[in-house]
Design a protein around this ligand. Structure first.
Ligand code: PLP
Length: 406
C-alpha cells in the first residue's frame, strides 16, 4: 500500500510530463521528425563547448579523490567562491562563499529552502500562472501554495490580489521572473510593489516573510532587457538558481542558493539549508558538475537560438490569428486558447502532431504553454500545422500586428 501523499501525487501527476510522454508515443507512431513537441523545457541547444573542455581538464588534472568525493553538504568552497564573485561583479552584491549553497538544480534548491523554513500548515504565496511543481514541493512539507491571479492584460501579478492573499500562516512568497510559463519579465513597478507589500505585511504580522526568487531563466532575456537580481528590492530575499537552462545542463542537476547577510536569521538559514541538503538525501550537489560550472561561470547559453525561435513562433502564430503574450524572457510562449476549455484545444492540436501543455497545469486555465526550446526548423514547420488548427477554429489571419494582451 502506497502512502496517502504519494497516492495523491500520482493522481495529480505532472501535466507537463504527461504531455511529454504523449509526444513520445506520437513520435513512435508518426516519426519523431513529424512531431512538434512543445511540452518540456529541455534545451535543444547544447551546453557551450567550454563545458566539455572544462570537464575533460577536470578529469585529467583534478585529484579524483577530491573530484568524486564527498565535501561539505553545501558544496565545495572554491566553487561557492567563484559563484559569489560572479554575482558580486554582475549585480554589486557582497557575497562570500559562505552565502552560497550548491543544490541539486532549482528543484533541489526550492525543496531545501522549504524544508528549512516551512512548518506543517504554512502557506507560500505564488503568482499564477506558476510552475506546477511548486505545489508538490510545498506538499512535501505539509504546507500549501496560495495562488494569486494575474492581471490578464499583462500577466504581471495583480498587486491588490497579492495584498489580499496574506494570512498569519504566510511564510514565504515564491516568485519566478523571467516567468515559466508566460515568458513575462516582472517590471520594476511590479517588483517595487511586491517589496512594499512584503515590508508592510512583515510589520503587521510581526514576523519574517521570505521572498524566494526562483531564477532558472535569469540570463534568458530579449530585446535589450537587463538581467535582474532580486535581492535589491527586499531584505528577506533568498535566490535559487539553476544551470539547467543557462548552460543547457538539466540532466546534470546543478544549481545554487544565495542568502544575503541582510536576510533574517541568515546564518541559521544557511546552516539549515546545509542540514536539509543532507537529510533530504541529496547529501551534496553532484561533485564533478559543481567544479565544471565554476570553470564556466562566465559562459551563457546561445541566446540567439532562443531569440530566433521566439520571433519566428510569436510572429507566425499572431499572423495566423492566435492571441499570444509576447515573450520577453525564458523560452515559453503563452497562448490564449481559442476554445473555452483549453483541454479541448490541446486535444485538437494533437491531431496535427502539435504537443502543447494545458494552462491549468500552471494554475491558469484558458491558456496553453509552448516551450520553444526546440530546433528552429521544427518551429517553422510547425506553423503549417498551426495554420490548420487556426482554420479549424475559424481564426482570422492578421497582418503581423503585435498582440501584447489577452
Ligand atoms: N523552476 C522553474 C520555474 C522551472 O521552469 C524549472 C524547470 O523547468 C525548475 C524550477 C526546475 O529546474 P531544475 O532543472 O534546475 O531543477
Amino acid at each position: 500500500m502506497l502512502s496517502k501523499k504519494i497516492q495523491a501525487a500520482l493522481a495529480g501527476s505532472s501535466a507537463i510530463r504527461a504531455m511529454f510522454i504523449e509526444g513520445k508515443e506520437l513520435a513512435a507512431k508518426v516519426g519523431a521528425e513529424n512531431v512538434f513537441d512543445y511540452s518540456l523545457g529541455n534545451p535543444a541547444t547544447p551546453a557551450p563547448d567550454s563545458v566539455k573542455r572544462v570537464v575533460a581538464d577536470l578529469l585529467e588534472q583534478e585529484d579524483p579523490l577530491v573530484l568524486h568525493g564527498y565535501m561539505s553538504n553545501s558544496g565545495y568552497e572554491d566553487v561557492r567562491s567563484a559563484i559569489a564573485g560572479n554575482l558580486n561583479r554582475r549585480f554589486g552584491t557582497d557575497f562570500t562563499w559562505k552565502n552560497i549553497v550548491m543544490t541539486v538544480g532549482a528543484a533541489g534548491g526550492i525543496n531545501i529552502i522549504f524544508k528549512t523554513i516551512l512548518d506543517p500548515g504554512d502557506e507560500v504565496i505564488v503568482f499564477a500562472p506558476f510552475f506546477g511543481e511548486y505545489r508538490n514541493y510545498a506538499a512535501n512539507f505539509d504546507a500549501s501554495v496560495v495562488a494569486v491571479a494575474p492581471d490578464y492584460n499583462t500577466f504581471q501579478p495583480d498587486l491588490a490580489a497579492f495584498e489580499a492573499a496574506f494570512t498569519e500562516k504566510t511564510k514565504a512568497v515564491l516568485i519566478n521572473t523571467p516567468n515559466n510559463p508566460t515568458g513575462v519579465i516582472y517590471s520594476e513597478e511590479t517588483m517595487n510593489g511586491i517589496a512594499e507589500i512584503l515590508r508592510r505585511k512583515e510589520e503587521s504580522y510581526r514576523t519574517d516573510i521570505y521572498l524566494i526568487s526562483d531564477e532558472p531563466y535569469r540570463e534568458l532575456v530579449y530585446d535589450g532587457a537587463k538581467e535582474n537580481f532580486l535581492t535589491k528590492y527586499y531584505h528577506n530575499t533568498i535566490v535559487g538558481y539553476s544551470f539547467s537552462k543557462s548552460l543547457s545542463l538539466p540532466g546534470e542537476r546543478i544549481g545554487y542558493i544565495a542568502v544575503p547577510d541582510g536576510a533574517s536569521d541568515a546564518e541559521d538559514l544557511l546552516a539549515g539549508l546545509e542540514v536539509a541538503n543532507r537529510t533530504l538525501g541529496f547529501v551534496n550537489a553532484p561533485s564533478l558538475i559543481q567544479k565544471a560550472v565554476a570553470g564556466c561561470i562566465n559562459e551563457t547559453t546561445n541566446l540567439e537560438f532562443y531569440d530566433k525561435n521566439r520571433k519566428d513562433l510569436y510572429e507566425g502564430l499572431t499572423k495566423l490569428g492566435f492571441t499570444c503574450i509576447k515573450p520577453q524572457g525564458a523560452f515559453y510562449l503563452w497562448l490564449k486558447s481559442p476554445a473555452a476549455d483549453e483541454a479541448e484545444f490541446v486535444a485538437a492540436a494533437k491531431k496535427y502532431n502539435l504537443v502543447l501543455v494545458k494552462g491549468s497545469a500552471f494554475g491558469c486555465g484558458g491558456y496553453v504553454r509552448l516551450a520553444y526550446c526546440i530546433p528552429n526548423e521544427k518551429i517553422n514547420r510547425s506553423l503549417e500545422a498551426f495554420a490548420k488548427l487556426a482554420e479549424e477554429y475559424g481564426l482570422v489571419k492578421q497582418d503581423g500586428g503585435e498582440h501584447t494582451g489577452a
